[in-house]
Design a binder for this molecule. Structure first.
Ligand code: NAP
Ligand code: G4F
Length: 368
């Protein structure tokens, strides 16, 4: 009989990749989706409606991490072998605007789910918790590993810290197989449009195609350890296949600034930028344009805008600054490499290439 997995947050970036991975491994996949006034399943429609996967076993259930009774019902009905708790209010900046809701979902939602699992009495079910490098916040050590002390810097980070510790507590108190994946930033063409990488690649594509004049960002100096999301979702599965429940950092071990991400994105299209000014006066101008340096754009030559040296394409607005910022993240995932055989393969330059090519193609086709 195939194993059953239950995924919360199945409609998100990671949920969609994890579903693909588990279906390929022969799992029966159950996902929890929220009621929405318009369709919210675009990242998984290609799986749900795929005639080639007609014999696939994928089921969706309405639910919400703030609704205990329904979590109980879903657990009783599905009786999963593995649970992947990916649902969250996952935007750090937004968590300063809605801290209570963020705590309800990201902190107490994790508790509700674990407690439901305990009450329903599914003793063999394994539980994966989507923990985060935001726990390290104001970093106490470089690079950050499973042993680095936490210092969260946002309501999101604090809520996820509760999620982390309640997992550890239920593991120790009730012998539940519950593990934290402490994942550093991971991105893809399916990344939400308001996270910085996707905001940059979409805007750069629009600028090159003439749908947008400039890109406005916040802190260009922030450094992140950016990896490729599908690899991290494979890592989640490996964490639950480990012989014992434990906590693992997944990261690339490289760090780059937001400014580097912008520079590389434009550079992939043959547009070189130069920076002038400091802080919120900093601006990015076109230094040179040579679309021939980007052979992948050959089919679109007639549609590219007449960008020229000196054009302003990037500016800073303090409106995007956070009240408290996480300045530097760089992870050490040697434990995951040693114990799970997991290692990030896609490096920074390749990640930028994947994302700008995907967004350019999308914008060229649809204009947005
Ligand atoms: P995402 O794209 O923002 O997806 C979040 C998912 O959670 C969506 O499916 C969303 O549903 C669902 N959700 C939100 N509130 C919910 C609620 N109250 N009840 C049920 N479902 C709810 O996030 P992601 O990038 O895939 O990340 C997955 C998880 O990993 C999150 O917990 C995130 O905090 C964590 N994480 C992410 C990263 C990263 O770099 N991506 C790194 C470390 C940890 P809708 O589609 O209806 O909004
Ligand atoms: O892309 P971001 O919004 O991601 P952030 O805050 O690192 O959080 C993401 O990764 C975490 C893992 O460490 C996850 F737990 C979390 O769920 C989420 O997936 O911002 C990255 C950096 C920040 O320093 C931010 O201040 O980019 C900076 N930034 C500069 N301008 C911007 C912008 N961020 C956004 N979203 N939008 C901007 O215009």
């Amino acid at each position: 009989m195939s194993k059953k997995a239950l995924i919360t947050g199945i409609t998100g970036q990671d949920g969609s990749y994890l579903t693909e991975i588990l279906l390929k491994k022969g799992y029966e996949v159950h996902g929890v989706i929220r009621r929405s006034s318009s369709f919210n399943t675009k990242r998984i429609d290609h799986l749900y409606n795929n005639p080639e996967l007609l014999d696939h076993k994928m089921f969706l259930h309405y639910g919400d991490l703030v609704d205990t009774s329904n979590l109980n019902r879903i657990l009783e009905k599905v009786e999963p072998d593995e649970i992947y708790n990916l649902a969250a209010q996952s935007h750090v900046k937004v968590s300063f605007e809605i801290p209570d809701y963020t705590a309800q979902v990201d902190a107490l939602g994790t508790l509700r789910f674990l407690d439901a699992l305990k009450e329903v009495g599914l003793k063999k079910t394994k539980f994966y918790q989507a923990s985060t490098s935001e726990l390290f916040g104001k970093v106490q050590e470089v690079p950050q590993s499973e042993k680095t002390p936490f210092y969260p810097r946002s309501p999101y980070g604090v809520a996820k810290l509760y999620g982390y510790w309640i997992i550890v507590n239920f593991r120790e108190a009730y012998n539940i197989f519950a593990s934290n994946g402490i994942l550093f930033n991971h991105e893809s063409p399916r990344r939400g449009e308001t996270f910085v990488t996707r905001k940059i690649t979409r805007a750069a594509a629009k600028i090159a195609l003439g749908y947008q004049d400039k890109l406005t960002l916040g802190n260009l100096d922030a450094k992140r350890d950016w990896g490729y999301a599908p690899e991290y979702c494979e890592g989640m599965w490996r964490i639950l296949q480990h012989k014992k429940a434990d906590d693992f950092v997944l990261a690339t071990g490289e760090t780059n600034t937001v400014r580097d991400f912008v520079f590389n994105t434009f550079n992939e299209m043959g547009i070189e930028l130069k920076w002038q000014g400091k802080g919120d006066k900093e601006k990015g101008f076109v230094k040179s344009v040579d679309f021939n340096k980007a052979p992948w754009l050959a089919d679109y030559k007639d549609r590219l805008t007449k960008l020229k040296k000196g054009d302003l394409v990037v500016e800073v607005s303090p409106g995007y600054y956070r009240p408290t910022e996480v300045e530097l993240l760089i992870g050490d995932s040697s434990k995951a490499e040693k114990e799970l055989g997991w290692k990030a393969k896609t490096k920074f330059e390749e990640l930028v290439q994947i994302m700008i090519k995907a967004d350019f193609t999308l914008v060229a086709k649809k204009g947005y």
